[in-house]
Design a protein around this ligand. Structure first.
Ligand code: ADP
Length: 369
């Protein structure tokens, strides 16, 4: 069984073809600048046709869809009703869901006989209890407008917890972990027995941890200040919070590698602020989970930056008895805590594409029974 995973952005399209028996990658590519003047393809239609020009043998297509709101708790076979629901959810994630939908419609039109499945970034977090996903706003805003926390990076957090269970050779149902997906977009998740019970992103991916260029948690009053006192319109505010904030807002750049190289005071401040924001979520999630088996670092920063991992875990030794093994950390080993550490600290490379393909396959196997 060969599954093609399509991850469409507004101007990019990543694709990976997996041979599921061996879980190997047969083909992988990234098409960028779709629809831009210097781009090779003017739309998603041309981009997807170009993938199939490679004479791929594809048995099924799995599409990553960012926002499934409360409508999808797991992978689903795409039909007209699913397309309409994803379309209805566009207001919750305007850029992302629109791009995902474009790719789905093109692929369904071109390959109507291939089974096609949608896998949602939000689905894993649908297990959160109400007290975790509700905002303390008037209840009608939740009932009528679906304003609540949804959480994202779900396939990554799920993949990390499942992989941790395999590494520790423990049943997933008995394992409590904190997963840290730290990339340009960053989020933390508290996972109890394989189920997400809280996560740092919210109704949108803007909330939670400080990110490359997103602000993470801020006082919402700041938005009124920017509008009323500074006269900025909502598009300008949106741009500031999503594209000009986070690490970039503090020190002018969002690439952690470059910031670590930079010896300026602002770069130092940005690094301290980032570590502090992750640290606060770890502390909160230890409290929520009660007992924790492992803290897992992943994403570009989590997988590669020993410096940032050390900065984040520093200070947990005394009261929490979490102790890093500094040479294992420097060497990017899988387990980076000492034997004595009460909670194991691990580095696991996430693989969202493989998780998407696996969930699509699992769905199809159940569906065809
Ligand atoms: P995205 O969210 O766009 O998928 P990634 O998961 O690729 O992002 O993470 C990108 C981040 O990882 C960047 O800030 C980059 O600097 C950081 N990163 C990658 N490699 C290293 C490294 N060796 N040391 C420090 N940071 C790194």
């Amino acid at each position: 069984m060969n599954i093609l995973v399509i991850n469409a952005g507004s101007s990019s399209l990543k694709y990976t073809l997996f041979a599921m028996e061996s879980k190997t990658v047969l083909e992988h590519g990234v098409i960028e600048h779709i629809g831009e003047p210097h781009g090779k393809y003017s739309n998603h239609h041309e981009a997807i046709v170009s993938i199939f020009d490679h004479q791929l043998e594809v048995d099924m297509i799995a599409h990553r869809v960012v926002h499934g709101a409360d409508q999808f708790t797991q992978a689903v076979k795409i039909d007209q009703k699913v397309i309409e629901t994803i379309c209805d959810l566009i207001p919750l994630a305007p850029l992302h869901n629109k791009a995902n939908l474009d790719a789905i419609e093109v692929a369904m039109g071109l390959y109507p006989l291939l089974p096609q499945v949608a896998v949602f970034d939000t689905a894993f977090h649908q297990s959160m209890p109400k007290e975790a996903y509700l905002y303390a706003l008037p209840y009608e805003l939740y009932e009528k407008e679906k304003i609540r926390r949804y959480g994202f990076h779900g396939t990554s957090h799920q993949y990390l917890s499942k992989t941790m269970a395999q590494i520790l050779q423990k049943p997933l149902e008995t394992l409590n972990v904190i997963t840290l997906h730290l990339g340009n977009g960053s989020s933390a998740c508290a996972i109890k027995g394989g189920k997400s019970i809280d996560t740092s992103m919210g109704m949108s991916p803007l909330a939670g941890l400080i990110m490359g260029s997103r602000c993470g948690d801020i006082d919402s009053e700041i938005i009124f200040h920017l509008h009323q006192k500074m006269g900025l319109d909502f598009d300008a505010i949106d741009h500031i919070l999503n594209k000009e904030s986070g690490l970039k807002g503090i020190c002018g750049q969002n690439d952690l590698r470059a910031i670590i190289e930079d010896s300026s005071e602002r770069a130092d401040l940005a690094l301290n602020m980032y570590a502090r924001s992750v640290k606060k979520y770890i502390g909160a999630y230890i409290a929520l989970l009660g007992s924790v088996d492992a803290i897992i670092f992943s994403g570009g920063i989590g997988e590669h930056s020993a410096f940032m991992r050390q900065k984040i875990i520093k200070g947990f030794e005394e009261s929490f008895n979490i102790v890093l093994d500094s040479s294992a950390n420097e060497e990017n080993k899988a387990c980076i805590s000492t034997q004595k550490s009460k909670i194991g600290v691990y580095v696991i490379a996430t693989n969202e594409e493989l998780e998407i393909a696996s969930q699509a396959l699992a769905f199809l196997e159940v569906d065809s029974k």
